[in-house]
Design a protein around this ligand. Structure first.
Ligand SMILES: Nc1ncnc2c1ncn2[C@@H]1O[C@H](COP(=O)(O)OP(=O)(O)OP(=O)(O)O)[C@@H](O)[C@H]1O
Length: 356
């Protein structure tokens, strides 16, 4: 468990957070511009010194303002990856990686091959940074950070400077981080799709305060969050390919039932994350045989929340097996159908976005 408590006062902005984060997996720090994501990351890195703060990583105290403890950034075993990869232009990719290793006392190059493979950069080792694409540079920067054998990897909007094509190229490598790294990753982003795809744990920041912190799927399914997080609300489901149908559809299975999507190349059993937006879910009182909507799941209305969207409410629908969906429907439809909490309904899913 990482314990991170920081209080910072800047003119016009105050940060006051108290977090308990898992020691494994990717934690996304998500929130609107100016909510304090980078400030938290800088306090964790030791790049900023919170006047009041306590930070414990892997049982080691990195900061304890009451006891006067503050490890400077160079004494913290962490890897840092920023928006722009700052590689040494006069060193090859291999030279850049070796520099990182030496600085961290990793002279034997422990883990070199597995990290080079993890980031897919074996073919780039003898190239100079000047000739690399933005996505390749970021992969090298991540490898260099990992080769310092950090206890924690910090990433601040690592994809923000890349165009869509480069983002898509690097995402699969980042995705592997949560499966293959046994250190925690703290990932700052304001891109909902990136967070939905990469994170295991989610911290929502709003005006310097923690609006929510928890497992990604259950946090995204909450309807009791500040409005800013409900505008583009949607859940993430962890599914597996259950079969390929002969009419060009792939069937995905999860505890709540099945979802049909356009044919996928992945084999049966392959895990796929999906995002389902609240705006893409509608409600029927019973299974409809005269509808073109294929994906219909039995659900129970667990919560009804009003939102900033005039004339609409947000429903939280519990599915079999513990997952949930959100649905944005009109107040009029709610009235016409007589929807109340506790009712059994059919959730009609108009669109499923596959992540990855
Ligand atoms: N050194 C500083 N001195 C004064 N104010 C600061 C300092 N650093 C950050 N701030 C202010 O703190 C607030 C939070 O900034 P921060 O960069 O943490 O937000 P963010 O959520 O990362 O935003 P973005 O998504 O735009 O990067 C902002 O209002 C910013 O102007």
């Amino acid at each position: 468990m990482i314990e991170a408590r920081f209080k910072v006062d800047y003119p016009g902005f105050g940060l006051d957070v108290d977090l308990r984060l898992p020691e494994k997996g990717v934690t996304a720090l998500f929130g609107p511009s100016g909510s304090g994501k980078t400030t938290v990351l800088r306090c964790v890195a030791g790049l900023s010194r919170a006047p009041e703060g306590r930070l414990v990583v892997g049982g080691q105290v990195w900061q304890d303002s009451l006891a006067g403890v503050f490890l400077p950034v160079h004494r913290r075993p962490l890897g840092l990856v920023f928006q722009e990869a700052s590689l040494f232009a006069h060193l090859s990719v291999r030279g850049n990686l070796q520099y990182g290793m030496k600085r961290a006392g990793n002279r034997a190059g422990e883990g070199f091959q597995s990290i080079v493979d993890l980031l897919g950069i074996a073919a780039l080792l003898d190239r100079m940074p000047g000739g690399l694409s933005g996505g390749e540079r970021q992969r090298v920067a991540i490898a260099r950070a990992l080769l310092t054998r950090p206890r924690l990897l910090l990433m601040d909007e690592p994809l923000a400077a890349l165009d869509l094509k480069r983002k898509l190229e690097i995402l699969p490598y980042l995705e592997r981080l949560h499966d293959e790294l046994d250190i925690p990753v703290l990932y700052v982003s304001h891109a909902p799709d990136e967070v939905a795809r990469l994170a295991d744990h989610l911290v929502l920041l709003d005006a310097g305060k923690v609006a929510a912190s928890g497992d990604l799927r259950s946090t995204l399914a909450r309807t009791d969050l500040p409005q800013i997080f409900l505008d583009d609300a949607g859940v993430v489901l962890e599914t597996a390919v259950a079969g390929h149908e002969d009419d060009g559809l792939t069937r995905l299975g999860f505890a709540g039932g099945h979802l049909y999507v356009s044919q996928r190349p992945e084999a049966v059993g392959h895990r796929l994350r999906c995002r389902i937006h609240a705006r893409d879910v509608s409600i029927a009182l019973k299974a409809n045989s005269d509808s073109s909507i294929l994906n219909v799941l039995p659900a129970t209305v667990a919560a009804i929340t009003s939102t900033d969207t005039p004339g609409h409410v947000l429903l939280r629908l519990e599915l079999q097996g513990g997952d949930a969906l959100l649905a944005r429907i009109t107040v009029r439809s709610r009235r016409t159908l007589g929807i109340e909490t506790g009712m059994a309904v059919m959730a009609q899913v108009k669109s499923v976005a596959l992540l990855g």
